[in-house]
Design a protein around this ligand. Structure first.
Ligand code: AMP
Length: 125
């Protein structure tokens, strides 16, 4: 069972942030890192994460500073613009076991560059 109450400093995204594990970085600033998903479900599949230690969306919204939150959401828009995604892309965030969240560090998936499945609630990510 995924524990979203206590941040696990050894989760894989924490290790990517510490550069202990390589990733294909597509965007970085003081608050945000974005890198390619290792198992892409679309030609464009990037994970956007805050640099702060937040387990999930609720943890991020309830506990991150406004600066961190604004930086995160602006980064998502910038990534979509820098990568020419405005003809259509999708943002997904899995929260908790029922949603099959695998990595307990808050993240958005951004997927695009293909016609995405119609049934968004049965999404692939
Ligand atoms: P979620 O189920 O929303 O927690 O998604 C976690 C995502 O992290 C999955 O899509 C994985 O393919 C991706 N992932 C796991 N390990 C890595 C890694 N080392 N580098 C990039 N993406 C990863």
């Amino acid at each position: 069972m995924l524990d979203l109450k206590k941040y696990d400093k050894n989760n894989i995204f924490a290790r990517i942030l510490r550069k202990e594990i390589n990733s294909k970085i597509v965007y970085e600033n003081n608050y945000v890192l974005a890198f390619e998903d290792i198992h892409p479900v679309a030609p464009f599949h990037v994970l956007v994460i805050p640099k702060g230690e937040y387990t999930c969306y609720n943890d991020f919204i309830n506990n991150a500073s406004q600066e961190e939150q604004i930086a995160f959401f602006k980064a998502v828009a910038e990534i979509s613009e820098q990568n020419d995604l405005l003809d259509g892309y999708r943002i997904v965030s899995n929260i908790g076991s029922n949603a099959r969240q695998m990595v307990p560090h808050f993240h958005f998936h951004i997927v695009g560059k293909k016609i995405l499945p119609h049934k968004s609630m049965e999404g692939e990510v």
